[in-house]
Structures are given as structure tokens and as C-alpha cells.
Design a protein around this ligand. Sequence first.
Ligand code: BGC
Length: 769
Amino acid sequence: MKDYIIHHEWKIIEEGFHPDLNRISESIFSIGNGKMGQRANFEEKYSGDSLRGSYIAGIYYPDKTRVGWWKNGYPEYFAKIINSANWIGINIIVNGEELDLAKANVISFRRELDMKQGILQRSFVAELKNGNRIEVFAERFVSIHDSEIGAIKYSVKALNFSGNLTIVSYIDGDVFNEDSNYDEKFWNERSKHIQGTEGCLEMETLKTGFRVCTGMTFTFYKNGELISFEPENFQKEKYIESKVQIPVENGDTVVIEKLTSTVTSLNHPDDELSVKAHEAIKRALLRGYNGMLEKHRNLWSNKWDSSDIIIEGDKAAQQGIRYCIFQLEQTYSGEDERLNIGPKGFTGEKYGGVTYWDTEAYCLPFYLSSAPVEVSKNLLLYRHKHLMKAINNAEKLGFKNGAALYPMVTINGEECHNEWEITFEEIHRNGAIAYAIYNYVNYTGDKEYLAPFGFEVLLAVSRYWSQRTNWSDAKNKYVILGVTGPNEYENNVNNNFHTNYLAVWTLKFTLEVIDFLKKEFPYLFEELVSKWKFSEIKETTRWKDIIANMYFPYDSNKGIFLQQDGFLDKEIIPASELSESEQPINQNWSWDRILRSAFIKQADTLQSMFWFENEFSEKELKKHFDFYEPITVHESSLSPCIHSVIAAKIGYHQKSYELYLRTSRLDLDDYNNDTEDGLHITSMGGTWMAVVMGFGGLRVKNNALEFNPFLPAKWKSYSFKINFRGRHLEIKIEAEKLTLSNHSNLPVDLKIWGKDLLLETNSTKTIQK
Ligand code: BGC
């Protein structure tokens, strides 16, 4: 754990130059706009340790699979959203010496990420080997107003010299991924062009043939006055630059404003890319740096209006939760159903920027409550679009009749994961995708989504569960064998409770949806029956039999469901008895020891208790929490949030808060010692759940909102905002009272601590505790 980020309500601040922490800071200070994003690399040359990363949503390379022992059914490739052209490059040469903070004497250094406005800033004073001192202020953003534009303002002040300042603005397409499986580079050059103050570089990915054209232009100011200049342009393979020499006197300040465009063949015809890059540059120039910034800030302000969480009395917690919301907003903006959320977003190479069950299980609730309904719908449509690929994936594994197994990891619907115990066995992900449909419809009331999108996915997933389940004569029950639950510290187990439960739940939900469709959309249903060759009676008879006769491992002495068959044969030791040096066990124990132990990586049985809490009594929830929480090591960032919500539900408020703390500042404090790889974006959705669903107790039942809030002891108050079916609500929880505001023209029915309440349009109500 580190503690170098300065606590501030709206800003992330690093004071002082920490080359040893640079990769961590590069992750923490990442910026993005849902379509592209980048690590907080320096604009100028830096020869110290750094992971260069600039990523564009949907632009990937299928890196040939690399495994020790090939198994039939493994995918041929792992899709990676790859490092793309570096457009931030601005090199500074002072009287012939190039600025490089790894070599200069860094006298002061400060980095700031302004979350309110979505801007990254850096300032420093450095003395070069030649004794020349400069003061630099660098600011940049990737526009959320015009998502093809990136903008940089870079200012250099001569502190103790006169002479020549040379500024080189460039675009470099000769980039690589550190995690390339075969040390290959992934890009070819298509074309380049540079003339006067404008240039563009068009690159194409190998194999996938995505084209990206990156354009740039720039303007210079000296002591606040626009200056004209004649750049010296240069190009080489995969690279263009413009060099400008400016004579300076001691005390002069030179500012370069660099505007860039990134246009891709995902959104434009291949042969128009350089024109589109030019048009985007013109759009940006028309507004200028400040105009672009103004628009960007305004949109950030709107985003905060519908998603902010305010915590009074705990600056670290305030910064932590805003950071999570900020990063979620930067990662996914939801207008394009071809895009999704990678566990590390645009902040690193790990997990390749591709989609996991994390989206449905951990991120969807945030977008449901904080963004327009289309945003969540697009997350669901992404999976619907991949349905045929999921069916092919299941066929490849021997399933038939339209059964679908969604991939563990994907970008285009094809499976990319290549460890048998996960690829073939971690099948609960299929249930998470079904659950997300329920969650979406339950929250939004958009039942029409079920016809046909939701139903088609549910039918195919139900067919999978039906075929993946087999009858056991010995148990006289249906069983599901050879699986890995969410707890990846157990592989190839039989009857994982969560998987079996999800399978049964999916079948039940699909039956309900069928009844609904027959009633509300009978003609469409008939079409779907014929399109999917659905033998309703035959197929649903088996489903009903599975529902009635599924086996769930249970211990009647303890009165709990077991994570899987034989779980109690393990030695049950609380995680609190693990020594510091053994933790995390995934870095200190052999895999064999982990598999034999009872330690749980992340919520597994408790994942079901979280999703299906209504199907268990509070006493049952407590029993399961009391058994599983002490043996859970939370070595996945996705774990503490789920435990935190359950703890809140069963009245373990202090525990709920402690668990929340483990997620809220996970990256800011580098809790798991891995922030340098990138941020834990999907777990940030979990942190949001811990506050809103945990402390706030938000649920949607029978089309109405319910809250059961409590105030964590350390906080003076907290408030959150949610969108619900066209209503914009704000809930503030203080020690003595609760204030509810409805900022919309629609009334809303609520339940607060079990009591009904009608909140009229544009009104506020206060409830004394
Ligand atoms: C977790 C998975 C998760 C993946 C990506 C793993 O460590 O165990 O549940 O999907 O990370 O976040």
C-alpha cells in the first residue's frame, strides 16, 4: 500500500517527483472519453521507467495465443486493444539540450487530475545539464464533447537564460505493446502527410485491418501574443514531426497549443480517414483550445450533476468515490453498442481492454442509476449482437440446438481466454449475462427489451444450462460437474452452489419471460419460436424438472449452502490467521496449496446471496456471511464490494464500512501493489454499489425504489444522485435526518426503511430519524 496521493475532494494530486512510482502515477492520472484514453505519460521525452499507452475503443489486434499445453477448444488468439499512435509528443530542446526529466535536476514537480473538469495538469521546474532552468506547465484533455479530439497546452518559461527554445510536436505510430505474445509490432503505416502546421499519420492494424488516422496542428504564443513561424517539418516511417525554433529572453514564456484528431475506420469509410482527420482538426481549430475546453468542462459538469456522490467528514473517502465515478465515466460513454468496458479501461495493457462478466455484474448498476437508459441498454445489446458467436462457441465445445456459452473474455464475441479451468469451466458468466437482463428490466421497467433481444439471449443461455446439467442417479438430483465458480482458487469442482443456483434461476426467469411474451407479444413470440426452432413443451419440461430437482450442496449442521461438493472436508482457518508475509496468497503460496485450502478469492456463494437476497431470510444471509466472510481473502478487487453490500443489508454496518474502504481507494493507494498495470475500472462499479446499494440500501422492488440507508460512523453525511425511470433523485443522509429531493417533473413512489412515501414533482422531503 502507498500513501503519496494528496487527499482533496475534487483533485488527484501528486507532489514531488517520484520516478520509482511513475508507472503507478501513469495509471492513476489516466484520462479518457469513452472512445479513447491514455496513461498519464509525459508529453516530452522521458528515458526513465514508463509504460507508454494510448488506446482507442474497439481497435484491437488478435495476438496469437500462447500457452504451454494446447487443449482442443482453446481460442486461436487473444484480442487486445492495442497501444496506438502517440499523439501527445512534444519535445523541448533548450539551447541544444533536450529536456528529459530522467536526466535533469527536477527542482519541483506536481501532477493534478481535476476530476470536476476532466483535465490532467503537470507543472515542474527543471534544470538541464547545461544549467538552463525552465518552468513547465502542461495541461491536456481528451474531449468528451467531440470524442475525436485531444488537446494539449504546454508552456515553457525561461527562468535563467536567453537563447533558443526548440519545440518539436510529433505523432509517432511506431509503438508497441509490452505484452505482445511474440514481440511483434501490431501496426503498419498506410500514409502520412505534413505541410505547414498540419499533419496526419494513418496507420493500419495487422490482421484486423483497422485504420486510424491521427492528425495534429498547433499554435504558438510568446508572452501571451500569438506568433507566426515557419515550422521545419520532417517525416520518417510511421512518424511525422514539426519543429519550431523560438528565440527567448530570460523570463519569456512560450506556449504551444497542440490540437489532435483521432479518427478510425470503425466510424468512417477507410478511404476518407485523412479527410475526416483534417475536418476534425478544423472543428477543433474553429473553437480553439479554450473553446474546446469550455465545452468539455460543461459536459463534465452535466455528468457530475447526474452521478456525483458527496461525502462530508472524510476527505479520503470523498476523493476515493469521486475517483471511481470519474474513471467509470471516462471509460464508457455508452452511445455505441459495439463498445464495452475492459477491467482496466484505457489505463494499461493487462486484460487487453476486453470484456469480462465484470461489466454485467459490477458496472451495469452504476450506469443504470447514473446515465441515460440507452447507456445500459447498449451494454446489453453488445451481448445480444454476439449471440451467434456465443452459440458457435458452445457448438465448438459440443453443445447443440442453439445453446450459447458467452465467452469469459471477448471483444467481438469470440472467446479469447485460454486457461481450461476458466475458459471451459467458469461458466457462471453465462448466468451473469442473464441476470443483467433481469437487472436492466427490473430497474428501467423497459420490458419491451425482452422482445426479442432479452428473450433470444435467455433462450440460448437456458438451452446451455439445460445441456450442461446432468442427472445423477447417486444423488437422485440434477448436478453440474467440472466448473470453476467466481472463486478462481477452486477449479474443476462439482456443484458449485452459485453456478447451480444461477442455472436454475435463469431457467425460471426465462419461463417467466415466455409467459410475458405469450401474453404481450403473441405474434412476435410465434416468430421467435420458429426462428429458434424452440420446442417449447419438450424443452421447458426438462427445464422445469431441473428447477424442481437441482442439487445444492448443503450442510444441515451449519445450516449453510456449501460453495461446492466436499467443501467442508477442507481445513477451515480464518484469513486473519494468515501472516503478512503469506499475503496475498496468490503471490506467496503454490497454486496447489491454494487449491487445497478453503481460502476464497472473491464472493462466490455470497455472490448468489447478493443477487438473490430476496430468496433468503436475513438469518440465512447472516449465517452464510458469518461462515464465508472470515475465510475470504478478497484477492480480487471485485470481492469486498459484494461483501460490503451484504454486510450493510444484515446490519453489520462497521464491517460494511471496513470492506468498503478496501475498494474505495484501491488504486489511489495501490492497495494490491498492481496499479502500475492499470486501474481496476470494473471494481470501481463495485465501490459505487457499496455506497449506494450498501450504505444507501437502494433496491428496486415491484417497480418502486426502496432505501434503507445508514450513515457510516466516520462520516458527517453523504448524498448520492440517481436516475430512475425519468426521475432525478438526490438522497442525503445525515445523523439526524434524511433529505430526499425529486428534481423532475414526475412524482415517485418510494419506500424508506419499509415505509411508503410519495415524493411529488420537484419537491424535497425531510425525514427525522
Ligand atoms: C477475477 C475475475 C474477473 C477478472 C477480470 C479476475 O481476477 O477473478 O472474476 O473477471 O479478474 O477483472
